[in-house]
Write a protein that binds this ligand. Structure first.
Ligand SMILES: *Cc1c(COP(=O)(O)O)cnc(C)c1O
Length: 399
């Protein structure tokens, strides 16, 4: 490989100790190359990656159409400000709009940024006295102060207050609690259609429909944070399409650009019109490289039928783990929607993740007890079974 790293993992770890702020828990491994659902470390070890890019690499590592689009664009025009028109951004917005609810797009660079835009738009697009936003316990909306305040998890709020005014929290799935929180100052309800970081929590039947009705009855905006559930992750283009409920505003990031950084907010045109010149901006938002990558990712999903493959992969994991659950009381629950997979254990999941790493399998654990997999849509059936075999052994050996 032309760009192979020349340092050992240990040497890179030394650099980090001296020069990089230690705000992440990192595995003691330096990754140097990726292809599809495999990554290699500096020592040449190969890993099967069932959590590629923390959900960003929905098409696997270095998907060829995305690589080609980026290589071509980077040699043509890297960046121009949003004071100019660029074809790629227009085509990207069209591609997203026509696959969702016909909204208009604002582009940014991350999930938190997309949610900040949504929060501001909700306040701008509703009458002046309306500013409150209802969000949900165990939600995750990002780390900037607005998105962090929307994130109703006390552990993330510790020590950084005062937070942003105007956020109130309801239990996920409790429609009555939401109704009680609505008053004349409420502007919006903001929710992940399926909670990701909070443990892969699927809403109870009728819940999202109920939220839509509350919004319609009270003149509120419904915001879906689809940063994790969007762009094909669940086997539909967007998570909300499983539930037959349309939001007024939707936020996207993570897998949006096939692994390149990018974020977007889509809003119904009548709502979007409140975002006028001067009200909001992102310097790098919608840059030609992200735009080309975003369009290439969508085209690849369609050309290779990856929504269907994602559903298939999800079915394999569901079947394998519900089967395992029958013989293994360490598995409490199995929650799967496409390639968004949560396996709730009756014990701490961290040792299982560690055991899997020793077997050269990359997985994640969230909310202490939920093994979370966000495999690539183009994972093969054989790779899915291999991953299931290893996880099953790691869980069984844990006794
Ligand atoms: C990851 C995530 C975010 C934050 O995205 P960043 O790009 O890290 O800012 C927001 N919402 C959801 C649902 C996420 O999963």
């Amino acid at each position: 490989m032309a760009s192979a790293a020349t340092s050992s993992s240990a040497e890179t770890i030394e650099l980090f100790k001296k020069y990089v702020i230690a705000n992440y828990n990192r595995y003691p491994v330096c990754l140097v190359r990726g292809e599809g659902s495999y990554v290699w470390d500096a020592e040449g070890n190969k890993y099967l990656d069932l959590f590629p890019g923390w959900g960003c690499n929905l098409l696997g590592h270095c998907p060829e159409p995305v690589v080609r689009a980026v290589q071509e664009q980077v040699a043509t025009l890297i960046h121009v400000p949003n004071t100019w028109y660029m074809e790629a951004q227009g085509l990207w917005a069209q591609a997203l709009s026509t696959r969702s609810f016909g909204g208009q797009a604002f582009f940014c660079n991350s999930g938190a940024e997309a949610n900040e835009a949504a929060i501001k738009l909700a306040r701008l697009a509703t009458p002046k006295q309306r500013y409150k936003i209802i969000t949900f316990e165990n939600s995750f909306h990002g780390r900037t102060l607005g998105a962090l305040t929307a994130t109703a998890q006390p552990k993330y709020h510790e020590g950084v207050g005062p937070l942003v005014a105007g956020f109130v929290y309801a239990p996920f799935g409790d429609l009555d609690a939401v109704a009680k929180l609505i008053d004349g100052e409420t502007a919006a309800i903001m929710i992940e259609p399926i909670q990701g970081e909070g443990g892969v929590n699927i809403p109870p039947p009728g819940f999202l429909q109920g939220l839509r009705k509350l919004c319609d009855d009270h003149g509120l905006l419904l915001i879906f944070d689809e940063v994790q559930t969007g762009c094909g992750r669940t086997g539909h283009w967007f998570g909300y399409q499983h539930f037959g409920v349309t939001p007024d505003i939707m936020t996207l990031a993570k897998a949006l650009c096939g692994g390149i950084a990018g974020g977007a907010m889509l809003a119904k045109p009548e709502v979007a019109s409140s975002l006028r010149p001067g009200t909001h901006a992102a310097t790098f938002g919608g840059n030609p490289i992200a735009a080309r990558a975003g369009v290439a990712a969508i085209e690849m999903i369609e050309q290779e039928n990856l929504l269907d493959q994602g559903k298939r992969i999800g079915d394999i994991f569901r079947q394998r783990f519900t089967e395992l659950q029958r013989s293994c009381d360490l598995i409490r629950d199995v929650r799967v929607l496409g390639t968004m997979i949560g396996i709730e254990l009756s014990l701490d999941g961290a040792p299982i993740v560690k055991a899997a790493l020793e077997r050269k399998l990359l997985i994640n654990c969230t909310h202490s007890t939920v093994l979370r997999l966000l495999p690539a849509l183009n994972l093969t059936d054989a790779q899915a079974h291999e991953g299931c075999d290893i996880i099953a052994e790691c869980i069984k050996n844990h006794r």
